[in-house]
Write a protein that binds this ligand. Structure first.
Ligand SMILES: Nc1ncnc2c1ncn2[C@@H]1O[C@H](COP(=O)(O)OP(=O)(O)OP(=O)(O)O)[C@@H](O)[C@H]1O
Ligand SMILES: [Mg+2]
Length: 387
């Protein structure tokens, strides 16, 4: 880990002390290229906030501007209400944990954690370091050197070495990126627990949507230097406002439809002669030609003509079935439009596995339908490839 050590906290405006992070109109241009292009973010104090997006979307650049390692082209960065853009990195109330743990190799684990405290001649070093080692259940390894620890253990130490300085905001840039999948999963849960215990604001950068959804209270999805959408994981997944978000967070079906009618509560659309409905507040596009979206796991399959009433229903033929353990993933070609293919994920519980060639009625609750602008599927597919 390379840490920017905490020094005197930035001067807060009266009544605005706290650890929330506020970013307004943040830009970083490299020549004519806009790596960060007008980002606004409000990160509440004490939250676990994820910056999620594909490679090159500007996550690290944003984080480095908060840490003071990169100078913004323009914009404001405030922590607890105090503008910090003019402060040197070591003066900012933040610490950063990077992907490579970079502990001091010649020092013991204890001394690695104690380093910042000793440099600032702080009191109570033994107690504070021991508290941190207990937090990650590594007290018994205090006398070891970093090379005598596993990657996961080193990264835990990198995190507490940053936390011991009591930053107002901890910045984490793909801290689990170098670890294997199983260890990543374990550390995701552990980091979440640690954040809950210390109550410090965490900003976690990742390109892994599952990781962001597992850990964060709030996710900001970034694309090409801009914020696409901010919200709780469930909100982003269930109600994506853009094709990019729909495609980047999981798989989605997008059907090209035409709006037939709209009222305050419901929008009805036509899909090749089939009427589908969705809640009015889930359509984020104007115009007549739109895309109706539904996640594959929201769709059930019945024998042809046996779909329950009140559901959105499309008849089709199964053209592919892949058994993948917990679920079977089907591809169904819609009868109404032989071009349109619909992905359906069925839990392998009570229902039997269906065969390729079977005719079925697909059905899902109208509330699980969302609407995006025409042609959104092209962007959604590009986002899926990037994710
Ligand atoms: N010093 C620089 N000069 C020119 N371009 C840069 C510089 N630093 C970053 N960029 C560009 O800015 C964009 C954003 O980079 P950044 O490192 O923030 O991406 P990222 O979202 O962290 O990606 P990754 O997931 O791959 O780490 C990229 O296109 C990158 O090439
Ligand atoms: Mg990066």
């Amino acid at each position: 880990m390379t840490a920017t050590q905490t020094a005197a906290p930035a001067q807060a405006l009266p009544g605005e002390e706290g650890s929330g992070l506020d970013i307004r109109g943040l830009h970083k241009h490299y020549g004519s290229f806009r790596a960060v292009d007008d980002i606004d973010l409000a990160v509440p104090e004490g939250s676990f906030f994820a910056l999620l997006g594909p490679s090159g979307c500007g996550k690290t650049t944003t984080l480095r501007m908060v840490a003071g390692l990169e100078e913004p082209t323009s914009g404001e960065i405030r922590i607890g209400g105090a503008e910090i853009s003019h402060l040197r990195p070591f003066q900012r109330p933040v610490n950063t944990v990077f992907q490579s743990y970079a502990l001091f190799p010649h020092m013991t684990i204890f001394e690695n954690v104690a380093f910042g405290l000793r440099r600032r001649r702080e009191p109570d070093i033994d107690r504070r370091v021991n508290e941190m080692l207990e937090l990650v259940e590594m007290s018994h390894l205090a006398k070891r050197k970093p090379t005598q620890l596993s990657g996961g253990q080193q990264q835990r130490i990198a995190v507490v070495r940053a936390l011991v300085n009591k930053p107002k905001v901890l910045l984490l840039d793909e801290p689990l990126g170098a670890l294997d999948l199983k260890l990543r999963r374990q550390l995701q849960l552990e980091l979440k627990r640690i954040q809950g215990e210390v109550g410090i604001t965490f900003i976690h950068v990742t390109h892994d949507q599952e990781e962001a959804m597992t850990m964060a209270d709030t996710i900001a999805v970034l694309n090409k230097g801009k914020v696409e959408q901010v919200g709780a994981p469930v909100e982003l997944y269930e109600n994506p406002r853009s094709a990019f978000v729909a495609g980047f967070l999981g798989q989605t079906n997008l059907l090209s439809v035409n709006v037939i009618s709209r009222d305050a509560s419901t929008v009805a659309v036509d899909f090749h002669g089939v009427r589908l409905t969705m809640p009015a507040d889930r359509l984020s596009a104007s115009g007549t030609a739109v895309e109706a979206g539904v996640r594959p796991e929201k769709i059930s399959m019945a024998d042809l003509g046996q779909a329950p009433s009140g559901m959105n229903t499309i008849d089709g033929t199964i053209i592919d079935a892949s058994f993948i353990g917990v679920s079977t993933q089907y591809v169904v070609r819609a009868v109404a439009d032989a071009e349109e293919e619909v992905a359906v994920f069925s839990q392998n519980s009570a229902t039997r596995i269906r065969q390729v060639g079977e005719q079925v009625s697909l059905h899902w609750h109208p509330e699980h339908t969302f609407g995006l602008h025409e042609g959104a599927w092209i962007e959604a597919e590009a986002a899926e490839v990037a994710s």
